[in-house]
Design a binder for this molecule. Structure first.
Ligand SMILES: [Zn+2]
Length: 577
């Protein structure tokens, strides 16, 4: 139905890296780009995109193809639907197939159903209207805007559904709207207030239903998962809010339908809702097309706060900047809106705190910070985060975490920086060692990204590198090898790590600072090694003169070490505290 020429033209006019990049965070790796595979649970990026040849390939699960098959898979589209939309995207006119696609059929039935429910609400259900207007403080205009509806718990209504939607019973069963009860069929949402859920392009793909009549069954229920209704990629209200999100350059993320609707009522037009599920990377990829800034306004109970922490963790991991509303007096945005109105909503949004500060706050709530032990624990909780941020090059996040910690604990930022590298006071040697292994990754990074610092890196690594993998890499570094050549020396696990280190940026100034600090350490390590060597030799040296010479050298060395510590270099100071 499409000619080969048409398909080639579409493929040629779409930049595959840019297009797939809307779904997958791609980093340049040699001649191709790589990222986490969207088709299997991928921890090490094994998904590659080749811009010249127009292919993608996953080494983990074997998925591969061109931009059309990628689009088909990721959006669950038929071939013709994918081609049509891509042609549209590329601004190419193709012969449109006149037969209705399954997607068109599904969404138009859902849309007719939304009309039927909406009419029911307005014409026959004053009790539900009262609930919306009086209890929820939702205006009639907003009820219309969201096309809220109702499905009465009546046999006659349910029997009339097929004719009202102009389809047969079988199709409604197939699309999960009618379900069997004994020998008869009933509406899955019977007795529920209904909220139509649109996909990103504004087509109705499902419903959320809140129980109204009896208290039987769960309070909220959604359409069943299907090709077109996938909770881990749908965001409630995105089709309506995407313009505002782009314009304001941030999105408010809430949990429930009524949270989003209440925010809308309060004049916040850039909010989206999660459909009873945790925020996923999929959601984030989609939001990433509109903004990189997220403001979380989830429930204030323990579950909501834990979900907030998880959400900012994954959002920061893929370079979103985050902020969090801290309003402990209300359960959620809907609750705050009902009890205090639009102004209160705007106020708490304006008083949101940065994600890293929220994380500190979250852990601090569980601890008694008036005692040193509590403060120490707080630092220990945050330490793995800081190490991760530092390794991934998110230096701004490291900075704001340290600033928030300083405010909470009263330690200076400088003290905290030391503590978050080694440990606060009396840390063991093994802890210093562990920090250094991580530091050595920085060395590899500096080597790969700043050729002018290479000789310095190699010199230091020769002194302090102990682990086997690094020794192998070091051999290549001594020969000045480039990334592609270094990859030949190592296995896949280390190779992938190298590719990562090459692509996570470290600026020149930071690189220099790191080398300076490690230089001091490396010197000290040399001195200590020489002292240990003398101690080993001593017992076997019989000659008086030679013994004295060694002793003098040892005293010299120990003075040198002493001076380094008093001189306040990083490592000496951390150990004395
Ligand atoms: Zn895969």
């Amino acid at each position: 139905m499409f000619t080969k020429e048409e398909l080639d033209e579409i493929k040629k006019s779409i930049n595959i890296v840019e297009f797939i990049g809307r779904y997958v965070n791609l980093q340049k790796a040699g001649s191709s780009y790589r990222g986490l595979c969207p088709f299997h649970s991928d921890n090490d990026p094994s998904f590659y995109v080749h811009p010249q040849r127009g292919f993608f390939h996953c080494f983990g699960c074997g998925e591969k193809g061109d931009v059309i098959s990628f689009y088909q898979k990721i959006e669950s589209l038929s071939f013709s639907e994918a081609v049509k939309r891509l042609a549209d995207h590329a601004g190419i006119v193709v012969e449109i197939d006149s037969t209705e696609s399954e997607y068109d059929k599904y969404t138009s039935i859902m849309s007719r159903l939304a009309d039927v429910y909406s009419r029911e609400l307005k014409e026959g259900n004053s009790a539900v209207m009262e609930y919306l207007v009086d209890r929820r403080k939702i205006s009639l205009a907003t009820i219309d805007e969201f096309k809220l509806g109702y499905s009465p718990d009546e046999r006659t209504f349910q029997q009339s559904l097929p004719s009202k939607c102009r389809v047969d019973e079988k199709t409604l069963v197939q699309f999960g709207i009618l379900i069997g009860r004994g020998s008869s069929l009933r509406d899955r949402f019977s007795g529920r207030l209904l909220i139509p859920i649109d996909n990103e392009s504004g087509r109705v793909v499902g419903f959320g239903g809140r129980i109204m009549v009896s208290e039987q069954g769960p309070k909220y229920t959604n359409s069943p998962e299907s090709k077109y209704f996938q909770k881990n990629r749908l965001l409630f209200n995105l089709s309506r809010s995407k313009g505002a999100i782009k314009q304001l350059n941030y999105a408010v993320i809430a949990e429930g339908y009524f949270d989003v609707i209440s925010l809308f009522e309060a004049g916040i037009t850039n909010a989206v809702g999660l459909l009873g599920t945790a925020l996923t990377e999929r959601h984030l990829r989609i939001l990433g097309n509109y903004t990189r800034n997220l403001l979380f306004f989830l429930d204030s109970d323990d579950a909501g706060q834990a979900a907030t922490l998880r959400s900012i963790d994954i959002a920061e991991k893929i370079d979103f900047s985050t902020a969090v509303v801290v309003s402990r007096n209300h359960k959620d945005p809907a609750d705050l809106f009902v009890s205090e109105g639009a102004k209160a909503i705007q106020e708490v949004l304006a008083a949101a705190i940065p994600g890293p500060a929220f994380r500190v706050e979250f852990f601090a709530r569980k601890l008694d910070l008036s005692v040193p032990q509590g403060r120490k624990h707080l630092i220990e909780y945050l330490k793995p985060y800081v190490i991760n941020f530092r390794n991934s090059g998110s230096l701004a996040t490291v900075q704001s975490t340290i600033a928030a910690l300083s405010q909470k604990t009263g330690y200076s930022e400088r003290e905290l920086e030391l503590a978050l590298k080694g440990g606060l006071g009396g840390q063991s040697r093994s802890e210093i060692g562990r920090g250094l292994v991580l530091k050595l990754k920085d060395h590899v990074r500096i080597y790969l990204q700043h050729p002018s610092l290479r000789s310095k890196v190699v010199k230091q690594l020769e002194l302090i590198a102990e682990s086997g993998d690094l020794k192998e890499i070091l051999k290549g570094m001594k020969r000045g090898l480039e990334l592609e050549e270094l990859l030949d020396l190592v296995d896949e696990i280390v190779g992938r790590e190298l590719i990562d280190l090459a692509s996570s940026c470290i600026d020149f100034e930071t690189a220099q600072r790191i080398l300076e600090k490690t230089g001091e350490y490396a010197n000290r390590k040399l001195v200590e090694e020489e002292m240990a060597e003398i101690d080993r030799k001593m017992p076997n040296v019989k000659d008086e003169g030679a013994r004295r010479a060694l002793l003098v050298r040892r005293i010299e060395l120990s003075r040198l070490l002493d001076r380094k510590m008093k001189g306040g270099d990083q490592f000496g100071k951390a150990e004395k505290e």
